[in-house]
Design a protein around this ligand. Sequence first.
Ligand code: FAD
Ligand code: SF4
Length: 511
Amino acid sequence: MNKTLRLILGDQLNINHSWFQTVDDSVTYVMMEIRSETDYATHHIQKIMGLFSAMQNFAKELKEQNHQVIYFHLNDDNNLQSFDKNLQQLIEKEGFTNFEYQFPDEYRLDELLQDFCRTLTISTSVVDSEHFMSSRSELGDFFEGKKTFLMESFYHYMRKKHNVLMQGDKPLTRKWNYDGDNRKKLPAAHKPTPPLVFNNDVSEILTEIQKNNIKTIGNIDAKNFVWPTTRKQSLELLDFFATECLSLFGSYQDAMTPNEWSLYHSRISFSMNIKMISPLEVINRAIQEWENRPDEIEYNQLEGFVRQIIGWREYMRGIYWNKMPDYATMNFFNNENKLPDWFWTGKTKMNCLKDAINQSLNFAYAHHIQRLMVTGNFALLAGVHPDEVDAWYLGIYIDAIEWVEITNTRGMSQFADGGIVGTKPYVSSAAYIDKMSHYCGSCYYKKAIKTGDKACPFNSLYWNFYDKNEDELGKNPRIGMMYNVWRKMKPDDKAALLQQADYYLKNINDL
Ligand code: FAD
Ligand code: SF4
């Protein structure tokens, strides 16, 4: 008799997958909480809790639909703590004749499962995860023969392909991109809508994790876990975004302010990345809200959101599959420094970094501009090795799965790919952070001071970065202007800036 074993990975919780549309007694699904997954990075405790809790809920849902499910809990006696060992023992013990899995999104697991299948004598097959709006190789095919991988062109292609916000083959409103309208600072008196959070009680899972001495980072209130752990909650979060946040999403997309951790962001990345919800239904819900309330939701708010999902998210995945495994070792600037210790504690006098890091430790979340222009910006200016930066981002965020973490971190944020993802490095002095936030006013450091006592570290590190990397960047047309300013600066001023930067780099743990 045919007996099929189907593996469901922790980020493959897609109940609408065609696998689950019919109940078949000859098919058994297997899901696992294992040490190889808890230990490949030092994860935030909320990331492990979120994944395990969502996996347990998913297994329960499958069982309620009468599917057969084997679930390895972390502390089960028969849990051999790795995919291949658990699968091997199951196949031998239960006499499975077929093994099937869905394409993993991580290169590491893709290799592991391919290797595993080669060791088997039973039949094996792999199917699509039915989540993304482009295939693994589609971006590579789209840019075949081209020197650059412009996100904007891929975004236009995706809009056309899926007929999203289009009128024939032209963009609705005749304009593709409204990014220029989406860069507002939050007005000082503006109080953002409080975020929708879920008071999930995940304390039992926490106890199981604590029995294992798994090394984690960050804080958790296990009786009031804020993240969605079911599809139903994910849909509620999406509804909340559409009704409460979308109308100001674009305007304040780049804004930062102390003690407000989510502003008008959707916080839907965790639900999407583990596939409790699909990108298509996310954008459709936003479009539907805009259609229902055209007087309240301006088009630029909607377009900005749609672009993040069918543009950036799909683009990053395409880059990942086109460039791995080489991408994981790229280090364009040959940076070698260590991440400051306070990245793990939040104990720094730099207000912007203190806020972004503490928020990340408390919620396993920071929004895009905090990741890019505060923590990422500082790490790049400080010449930190991209491996260190990647390890931090891969661990700390609840939505961090390598395909989207590494392309954003090593690529967009650290420019370690030499310009595959971005056309220039995202670095700034205090001026940009002050323009977009309310951090500088109450900071120990002074935003307008470049050298001397209490000079904002971003200022001297910024010029030091350009000076140090002139060979790599001097000919980049997008930053020529900065080099003109640098070259025209008085030698004494330049020397003072470099000396200040050197002092800060040598005392980085005390900043
Ligand atoms: P919103 O601001 O509400 O945006 C909506 C959705 O758009 C997001 O949920 C996300 O799915 C998508 N999106 C937006 N920007 C990007 C982007 N640059 N790349 C891919 N998708 C995007 N995103 C992750 O999902 N996982 C990561 O590990 C991750 N690491 C990052 C590391 C760095 C250094 C940087 C600069 C960005 C990173 N991002 C990552 C991208 C982005 O910051 C997050 O997707 C976003 O902050 C998630 O919050 P949100 O759901 O509230 O997003
Ligand atoms: Fe950050 Fe500098 Fe502003 Fe302080 S002064 S908040 S360190 S940018």
